[in-house]
Design a protein around this ligand. Sequence first.
Ligand SMILES: Nc1ncnc2c1ncn2[C@@H]1O[C@H](COP(=O)(O)OP(=O)(O)OP(=O)(O)O)[C@@H](O)[C@H]1O
Length: 241
Amino acid sequence: MAPHTVAVNPNPVVRTQDLYRGFNGRTILSGLDLHIQRGEFVALLGRSGSGKSTFLKALAELDHEVEGSGTLDVPENRSVVFQDARLLPWRNVLQNVTLGLAGANDAGRRMLREVGLAGRENSWPVELSGGEQQRVALARSLVRDPDLLLADEPFGALDALTRIKMHALLRQLCARHQPAVLLVTHDVDEAITLADRILVLEEGSFIEDLQVDLPEPRDHGDPRFGQLRRHLLSRLGVAAH
Ligand SMILES: Nc1ncnc2c1ncn2[C@@H]1O[C@H](COP(=O)(O)OP(=O)(O)OP(=O)(O)O)[C@@H](O)[C@H]1O
Protein backbone atom coordinates (compact mmCIF):
# COMPACT_ATOMS: atom_id res chain seq x y z
CA MET A 1 0.00 0.00 0.00
CA ALA A 2 1.93 3.01 -1.21
CA PRO A 3 1.03 6.54 -0.20
CA HIS A 4 -0.93 8.16 -2.98
CA THR A 5 1.00 10.18 -5.47
CA VAL A 6 -0.98 12.26 -7.92
CA ALA A 7 -0.20 11.32 -11.51
CA VAL A 8 1.00 14.24 -13.58
CA ASN A 9 -2.20 15.24 -15.28
CA PRO A 10 -2.81 18.85 -16.11
CA ASN A 11 -6.58 18.34 -16.23
CA PRO A 12 -7.94 16.73 -13.09
CA VAL A 13 -11.73 16.53 -12.96
CA VAL A 14 -11.74 17.99 -9.44
CA ARG A 15 -9.25 20.47 -8.07
CA THR A 16 -9.46 22.10 -4.69
CA GLN A 17 -6.76 24.33 -3.34
CA ASP A 18 -6.61 25.76 0.15
CA LEU A 19 -10.32 25.10 0.58
CA TYR A 20 -11.78 26.43 3.83
CA ARG A 21 -15.31 25.94 5.06
CA GLY A 22 -16.83 26.77 8.41
CA PHE A 23 -20.00 27.52 10.31
CA ASN A 24 -20.52 30.36 12.77
CA GLY A 25 -16.79 31.08 12.94
CA ARG A 26 -15.89 27.40 13.53
CA THR A 27 -13.54 25.94 10.92
CA ILE A 28 -14.65 22.57 9.54
CA LEU A 29 -12.37 22.23 6.49
CA SER A 30 -9.03 23.94 6.92
CA GLY A 31 -7.25 24.42 3.65
CA LEU A 32 -7.88 21.21 1.70
CA ASP A 33 -5.88 20.49 -1.45
CA LEU A 34 -7.16 17.66 -3.61
CA HIS A 35 -7.06 16.51 -7.21
CA ILE A 36 -9.34 13.75 -8.52
CA GLN A 37 -8.66 12.34 -11.97
CA ARG A 38 -11.10 11.08 -14.58
CA GLY A 39 -12.23 7.56 -13.74
CA GLU A 40 -10.70 7.69 -10.25
CA PHE A 41 -12.89 6.30 -7.46
CA VAL A 42 -12.14 8.06 -4.18
CA ALA A 43 -13.74 7.12 -0.85
CA LEU A 44 -13.83 9.65 1.96
CA LEU A 45 -13.83 8.33 5.53
CA GLY A 46 -13.89 10.28 8.78
CA ARG A 47 -15.47 10.29 12.18
CA SER A 48 -18.98 11.61 12.58
CA GLY A 49 -18.87 15.40 12.38
CA SER A 50 -15.44 15.50 10.74
CA GLY A 51 -16.81 17.40 7.74
CA LYS A 52 -17.27 14.71 5.07
CA SER A 53 -20.68 15.96 3.95
CA THR A 54 -19.49 19.56 4.17
CA PHE A 55 -16.73 18.65 1.69
CA LEU A 56 -19.09 16.75 -0.60
CA LYS A 57 -21.56 19.65 -0.59
CA ALA A 58 -18.71 22.01 -1.45
CA LEU A 59 -17.86 19.87 -4.51
CA ALA A 60 -21.56 19.76 -5.40
CA GLU A 61 -21.74 23.55 -4.96
CA LEU A 62 -24.73 22.98 -2.70
CA ASP A 63 -23.28 24.85 0.27
CA HIS A 64 -24.72 28.31 -0.03
CA GLU A 65 -25.10 28.93 3.71
CA VAL A 66 -21.48 28.14 4.51
CA GLU A 67 -18.52 30.43 5.23
CA GLY A 68 -15.54 29.65 3.04
CA SER A 69 -12.63 30.49 0.83
CA GLY A 70 -10.16 28.77 -1.50
CA THR A 71 -10.16 27.50 -5.06
CA LEU A 72 -12.65 24.95 -6.27
CA ASP A 73 -12.74 23.58 -9.84
CA VAL A 74 -15.48 21.06 -10.49
CA PRO A 75 -17.14 20.06 -13.75
CA GLU A 76 -20.56 21.42 -14.69
CA ASN A 77 -21.80 17.95 -15.48
CA ARG A 78 -21.95 16.30 -12.07
CA SER A 79 -24.50 14.15 -10.26
CA VAL A 80 -25.20 13.65 -6.58
CA VAL A 81 -26.65 10.54 -4.91
CA PHE A 82 -27.79 10.72 -1.31
CA GLN A 83 -28.71 8.12 1.31
CA ASP A 84 -32.37 8.42 0.36
CA ALA A 85 -33.20 8.05 -3.32
CA ARG A 86 -35.21 11.30 -3.47
CA LEU A 87 -37.48 10.12 -6.27
CA LEU A 88 -40.53 12.15 -7.22
CA PRO A 89 -43.50 10.02 -6.09
CA TRP A 90 -45.81 11.38 -8.79
CA ARG A 91 -43.45 10.38 -11.64
CA ASN A 92 -42.90 6.82 -12.79
CA VAL A 93 -39.48 5.17 -12.77
CA LEU A 94 -38.52 6.14 -16.32
CA GLN A 95 -39.73 9.71 -15.81
CA ASN A 96 -37.64 9.97 -12.64
CA VAL A 97 -34.56 8.76 -14.48
CA THR A 98 -34.96 11.16 -17.39
CA LEU A 99 -36.21 14.12 -15.37
CA GLY A 100 -35.25 17.35 -17.10
CA LEU A 101 -33.68 15.55 -20.08
CA ALA A 102 -35.56 15.96 -23.36
CA GLY A 103 -35.60 12.97 -25.73
CA ALA A 104 -33.75 10.70 -23.29
CA ASN A 105 -36.27 7.87 -23.07
CA ASP A 106 -34.10 5.36 -24.95
CA ALA A 107 -31.04 6.26 -22.86
CA GLY A 108 -33.20 6.04 -19.71
CA ARG A 109 -34.42 2.57 -20.66
CA ARG A 110 -30.86 1.44 -21.39
CA MET A 111 -29.71 2.78 -18.04
CA LEU A 112 -32.55 1.02 -16.24
CA ARG A 113 -31.47 -2.19 -17.93
CA GLU A 114 -27.89 -1.58 -16.71
CA VAL A 115 -29.07 -1.25 -13.11
CA GLY A 116 -31.21 -4.39 -13.42
CA LEU A 117 -34.61 -2.72 -13.61
CA ALA A 118 -35.67 -3.52 -17.17
CA GLY A 119 -39.44 -3.83 -17.27
CA ARG A 120 -39.98 -1.51 -14.29
CA GLU A 121 -40.12 1.70 -16.35
CA ASN A 122 -43.79 2.31 -15.61
CA SER A 123 -43.68 1.39 -11.92
CA TRP A 124 -44.21 4.09 -9.30
CA PRO A 125 -41.49 4.76 -6.69
CA VAL A 126 -43.82 3.54 -3.93
CA GLU A 127 -43.91 0.13 -5.63
CA LEU A 128 -40.11 -0.31 -5.33
CA SER A 129 -37.96 -1.62 -2.48
CA GLY A 130 -35.32 0.64 -0.93
CA GLY A 131 -32.58 -1.05 -2.95
CA GLU A 132 -34.57 -0.69 -6.17
CA GLN A 133 -35.18 2.98 -5.44
CA GLN A 134 -31.41 3.48 -5.00
CA ARG A 135 -30.88 1.72 -8.35
CA VAL A 136 -33.24 4.25 -9.92
CA ALA A 137 -31.30 7.07 -8.23
CA LEU A 138 -28.05 5.64 -9.66
CA ALA A 139 -29.63 5.33 -13.11
CA ARG A 140 -30.84 8.96 -12.87
CA SER A 141 -27.30 10.06 -12.00
CA LEU A 142 -25.48 8.03 -14.62
CA VAL A 143 -27.84 8.63 -17.55
CA ARG A 144 -26.45 12.17 -17.51
CA ASP A 145 -23.00 10.66 -18.13
CA PRO A 146 -21.51 12.84 -15.38
CA ASP A 147 -17.85 13.77 -15.25
CA LEU A 148 -18.17 13.68 -11.46
CA LEU A 149 -20.37 11.45 -9.33
CA LEU A 150 -20.76 12.55 -5.72
CA ALA A 151 -22.31 9.98 -3.39
CA ASP A 152 -23.11 10.67 0.27
CA GLU A 153 -23.66 7.38 2.14
CA PRO A 154 -25.72 6.04 -0.79
CA PHE A 155 -26.06 2.56 0.71
CA GLY A 156 -26.34 3.54 4.35
CA ALA A 157 -30.04 2.69 4.60
CA LEU A 158 -29.85 -0.67 2.80
CA ASP A 159 -29.66 -4.14 4.33
CA ALA A 160 -26.32 -5.97 4.15
CA LEU A 161 -27.19 -8.26 1.23
CA THR A 162 -28.59 -5.46 -0.92
CA ARG A 163 -25.54 -3.37 -0.09
CA ILE A 164 -23.21 -6.09 -1.38
CA LYS A 165 -25.20 -6.26 -4.65
CA MET A 166 -25.14 -2.48 -4.96
CA HIS A 167 -21.36 -2.41 -4.43
CA ALA A 168 -20.84 -4.76 -7.36
CA LEU A 169 -23.26 -2.75 -9.47
CA LEU A 170 -21.64 0.58 -8.67
CA ARG A 171 -18.15 -0.76 -9.47
CA GLN A 172 -19.40 -2.12 -12.82
CA LEU A 173 -21.19 1.08 -13.73
CA CYS A 174 -18.22 3.24 -12.83
CA ALA A 175 -15.85 1.03 -14.82
CA ARG A 176 -18.17 1.41 -17.81
CA HIS A 177 -18.96 5.14 -17.54
CA GLN A 178 -15.64 6.33 -16.02
CA PRO A 179 -16.81 9.29 -13.94
CA ALA A 180 -14.55 10.61 -11.22
CA VAL A 181 -16.24 9.50 -7.98
CA LEU A 182 -16.22 10.83 -4.44
CA LEU A 183 -18.01 8.43 -2.11
CA VAL A 184 -18.62 9.53 1.48
CA THR A 185 -19.01 6.56 3.78
CA HIS A 186 -18.70 5.48 7.43
CA ASP A 187 -18.04 1.93 6.34
CA VAL A 188 -14.34 1.04 6.10
CA ASP A 189 -15.05 -2.26 4.29
CA GLU A 190 -17.21 -0.45 1.75
CA ALA A 191 -14.38 2.02 1.11
CA ILE A 192 -11.80 -0.77 0.61
CA THR A 193 -14.19 -2.82 -1.55
CA LEU A 194 -14.97 0.03 -3.91
CA ALA A 195 -12.27 2.65 -4.01
CA ASP A 196 -9.01 3.17 -5.89
CA ARG A 197 -8.00 5.66 -3.25
CA ILE A 198 -9.10 6.36 0.32
CA LEU A 199 -8.96 9.68 2.17
CA VAL A 200 -9.49 10.14 5.89
CA LEU A 201 -10.67 13.52 7.11
CA GLU A 202 -9.88 14.60 10.66
CA GLU A 203 -10.02 18.03 12.24
CA GLY A 204 -10.31 19.75 8.89
CA SER A 205 -7.41 17.99 7.13
CA PHE A 206 -6.81 14.80 5.19
CA ILE A 207 -4.76 12.65 7.56
CA GLU A 208 -4.60 9.74 5.08
CA ASP A 209 -4.47 9.57 1.30
CA LEU A 210 -3.95 5.92 0.35
CA GLN A 211 -3.92 4.10 -2.95
CA VAL A 212 -5.76 0.75 -2.74
CA ASP A 213 -3.64 -1.66 -4.77
CA LEU A 214 -5.74 -4.79 -4.26
CA PRO A 215 -6.97 -6.98 -7.12
CA GLU A 216 -10.65 -6.95 -8.05
CA PRO A 217 -13.11 -8.17 -7.06
CA ARG A 218 -11.78 -7.35 -3.61
CA ASP A 219 -11.60 -10.34 -1.31
CA HIS A 220 -12.46 -9.53 2.31
CA GLY A 221 -10.45 -12.58 3.37
CA ASP A 222 -7.27 -11.30 1.70
CA PRO A 223 -4.74 -10.54 4.48
CA ARG A 224 -3.94 -7.23 2.77
CA PHE A 225 -7.64 -6.29 3.02
CA GLY A 226 -7.51 -7.00 6.76
CA GLN A 227 -4.29 -5.08 7.19
CA LEU A 228 -5.70 -2.02 5.45
CA ARG A 229 -8.93 -2.31 7.47
CA ARG A 230 -6.96 -2.36 10.75
CA HIS A 231 -4.90 0.61 9.67
CA LEU A 232 -7.92 2.68 8.67
CA LEU A 233 -9.88 1.75 11.79
CA SER A 234 -6.97 2.82 13.96
CA ARG A 235 -6.79 6.13 12.06
CA LEU A 236 -10.51 6.53 12.81
CA GLY A 237 -9.86 5.91 16.48
CA VAL A 238 -11.48 2.47 16.54
CA ALA A 239 -9.66 -0.58 17.87
CA ALA A 240 -10.01 -3.46 15.37
CA HIS A 241 -10.43 -7.01 16.66
N1 LIG B 1 -25.66 24.10 8.27
C1 LIG B 1 -24.85 23.97 9.33
N2 LIG B 1 -24.81 24.89 10.31
C2 LIG B 1 -23.97 24.78 11.36
N3 LIG B 1 -23.11 23.76 11.54
C3 LIG B 1 -23.11 22.79 10.59
C4 LIG B 1 -23.98 22.84 9.45
N4 LIG B 1 -23.74 21.74 8.68
C5 LIG B 1 -22.79 21.03 9.33
N5 LIG B 1 -22.41 21.66 10.47
C6 LIG B 1 -21.39 21.17 11.41
O1 LIG B 1 -20.21 20.90 10.71
C7 LIG B 1 -19.58 19.73 11.23
C8 LIG B 1 -19.33 18.77 10.09
O2 LIG B 1 -20.58 18.29 9.62
P1 LIG B 1 -20.69 17.23 8.44
O3 LIG B 1 -22.13 16.94 8.25
O4 LIG B 1 -19.92 17.72 7.29
O5 LIG B 1 -19.92 16.00 9.10
P2 LIG B 1 -19.86 14.49 8.60
O6 LIG B 1 -18.43 14.08 8.71
O7 LIG B 1 -20.51 14.34 7.27
O8 LIG B 1 -20.70 13.79 9.74
P3 LIG B 1 -21.56 12.42 9.73
O9 LIG B 1 -20.59 11.32 9.46
O10 LIG B 1 -22.10 12.36 11.12
O11 LIG B 1 -22.62 12.55 8.68
C9 LIG B 1 -20.49 19.19 12.31
O12 LIG B 1 -20.00 19.58 13.57
C10 LIG B 1 -21.81 19.85 12.04
O13 LIG B 1 -22.54 20.07 13.22
